[in-house]
Design a protein around this ligand. Structure first.
Ligand code: G1P
Ligand code: ZN
Length: 543
């Protein structure tokens, strides 16, 4: 068999973050860089001899070439089979599902999520384990350790494999199975949701726009929303994956999905709007003139999930990342189910899902999901919303009003200060940390501090402890300010300030969120001294 063992040496800067390794595309294209990293993954997981891997990506620039390299390396390393999405396309949740359905040993996802794509933008590679979820911290550490002392990688001397034609073929002793990227995923969705009911909703004149943002969910949305559920043609916008996502940021929030936001707040707004990100795991939900924050979405889905067939028997529990608003906590309490608060990052939900402790999970950063896969899932969230709207017959705005009347409203906003000098960002965090013991009982403006700490998490399943997971300061009456440094930025440090305020006064449930949060924002400014320490006044991004 024509196989090469290539001598190589470690290349610096290969530390994978919470979602695999993300770098500039040009870095991934440097000689041996991708090969080194792929071999480090293979070595870090104990080799791939006789193993089955799922491989696919979000279609960004370099997706196809990278898949060819991965397939040649998997073959040279003795893998039994690679299951690849046709044309190299698979969304992150679809990979998670395929791994689980086929009992594969893991998967490789080529994506930098919501980061832009193209020769001058970002690329990424992430390994998911046999449960379909992101690599655990232990595995990530092993992969990283291998990048530091790697000396050889193996690759077949062959040219490419046809990944565009469905079917099973042989590549240098390894089987390559090309599968339809949508089919298995759509079948899974059909088991969870009442497709007939949603079909009837659309047949009755309900209108929607789904913005696929030129990214991976286009084919999924066309097939499921338009072809199967009968949403009118044209409901899916930007539905063809493009290597540079049409030059945009495939990030489903009011900033980057502004076109959709404008439509939803314009005179011809459809009943429902939604968007998903580069690799299809994030979601944005918006009704006519009504933006639903991801934290509220998690809470509403928790309250109403039983309306969908897949969740008819109720939820075992729910989990949210620490900075996500506490709206869902109030629903969980009313339902009498457990609510877990985990550090930021989907991997912390994995154990809770595997152990059957949580059924739904969510993050304020537009991630929602359930135990049907081990990743957050953008289209799944959209379908659950549609199922709920079909069952209740309510508009998004009415549903939200009723929800707030019942549980109170957690006004919420995240402020990001990007590309801050790392020393200055650390000074902000150190300054806050130093104040923590003295804060409780004291007041900041009109707010009285109830508790203040640096979040640490003890995993209830494996007992592991994660420390330094962000600073949280809660105020009497249900307001909160949270501070943490991003773990995914590629330039300097990003300071994230999360603001939250609970309102239960029936006359104050429809305020402008910015106004409702002004007092907490002032308190956050005063406590962090952010402007003096960083020179920044206004955040770069508010979501
Ligand atoms: C961000 C989000 C976080 C999400 C992660 C990966 O991480 O805040 O919720 O899990 O991206 O999609 P951060 O940059 O804040 O570390
Ligand atoms: Zn993503």
């Amino acid at each position: 068999m024509p196989m090469q063992t290539v001598r190589t040496r470690p290349i610096e800067g290969q530390k994978p973050g919470t979602s695999g390794l993300r770098k500039k595309t040009a870095v991934f294209k440097r000689p041996h860089f991708l090969e080194n990293y792929v071999q480090s993954i293979f070595d870090g997981i104990g080799g791939v001899q006789d193993k089955v891997l799922v491989v696919g990506g979000d279609g960004r620039f370099f997706n196809d070439d990278a898949i060819q390299i991965i397939l040649r390396m998997a073959a040279a390393n003795g893998a039994a089979k690679c299951i690849v999405g046709q044309g190299g396309i698979l969304s992150t949740p679809a990979v998670s599902h395929l791994i689980r359905k086929r009992g594969a040993d893991g998967g490789l996802i080529l994506s930098a999520s919501h980061n832009p794509g193209g020769p001058d933008a970002d690329f990424g590679l992430k390994y998911n384990g046999p449960n379909g979820g992101p690599a655990t911290e232990g595995v990530t550490d092993k992969i990283f350790a291998r990048t530091q002392d790697i000396d050889i990688y193996k690759i077949t001397a062959s040219t490419g494999v046809d990944i565009d034609t469905l079917g099973i073929r042989e590549h240098q002793g390894m089987k390559v199975e090309i599968v339809d990227p949508v089919e298995d995923y759509a079948a899974l969705m059909e088991t969870l949701f009442d497709f007939d009911k949603i079909h009837a909703l659309f047949a009755g004149g309900f209108t929607m726009r789904f913005d696929a943002m030129h990214a991976v969910t286009g084919p999924y949305a066309h097939a499921i929303l338009e072809d199967r559920l009968g949403a009118e043609a044209g409901s899916v916008l930007n539905g063809t994956p493009s290597p540079d996502f049409g030059g945009g940021h495939p990030d489903p929030n009011p900033i980057w999905a502004k076109d959709l936001m404008d439509v939803m707040h314009g005179p011809a707004a459809p009943d429902f709007g939604a968007a998903s990100d580069g690799d299809g795991d994030r979601n944005m939900i918006v009704g006519r003139n009504t933006y639903v924050t991801p934290s509220d979405s998690l809470a509403v889905l928790t309250a109403k999930a039983h309306l969908a067939p897949g969740y008819r028997d109720g939820l075992a529990g729910v989990a949210r990342s620490m900075p996500t608003s506490r709206a869902v906590d109030r629903v969980a309490e009313a339902l009498g189910i457990a609510c877990y608060e985990t550090p930021t990052g989907w991997k912390f939900f994995g154990n809770l899902l595997d152990a059957g402790k949580a059924t739904l999970c969510g993050e304020e950063s537009a991630g929602t999901g359930s135990d049907h896969v081990r990743e957050k899932d953008g289209l799944w969230a959209v379908l659950l919303w549609l199922n709920i709207l079909a069952e209740t017959g309510q508009s998004v705005a009415d549903l939200m009003s009723d929800f707030w009347a019942e549980y109170g409203r957690c006004y919420y906003s995240r402020h990001d200060y990007e590309a801050v000098d790392s020393d200055k960002a650390n000074a902000v965090m150190d300054g806050l940390r130093a104040q923590l013991p003295a804060l409780p009982g004291g007041s900041v403006g009109n707010l009285v501090v109830e508790a203040a700490d640096e979040f640490a998490y003890d995993d209830p399943v494996d007992g592991s402890r994660a420390t330094g997971q962000g600073i949280r300061i809660t105020f009497e009456g249900g307001a909160r300010a949270v501070f943490r440094l991003s773990g995914t930025g590629t330039e300097g440090a990003t300071i994230r300030v999360y603001l939250e305020k609970l309102e239960t006064d029936a006359d104050k449930l429809q305020l402008n969120p910015e106004h409702a949060l002004a007092e907490v924002q002032n308190a956050a400014r005063a406590l962090s001294d952010l402007t003096a320490k960083t020179g920044r006044v206004d955040p770069d991004v508010v979501t």
